[in-house]
Design a protein around this ligand. Sequence first.
Ligand SMILES: [Zn+2]
Length: 77
Amino acid sequence: MFGFSIPKIALLLLIIFLIWQMFKILEKRKNIKDNFSNNEEEEENDFYEALTECKKCGNFFSKEDSLLCPVCNRKTN
Ligand SMILES: [Zn+2]
């Protein structure tokens, strides 16, 4: 009547489902791989972001250690 029988539609849905699952697994593997490289980059970025430039003397110091510049001991913000 519609050119499709229920078993054909069921088989088609099963194939779509299997392909979808396959892509999901591949995407998951890719994400795990990406997360490893991203974490490395983020760690590097955090390292650089943690350093604050003193507006008075231009010295770079870790904001996590102290809010005061170790060179001139002035608040940068
Ligand atoms: Zn300073």
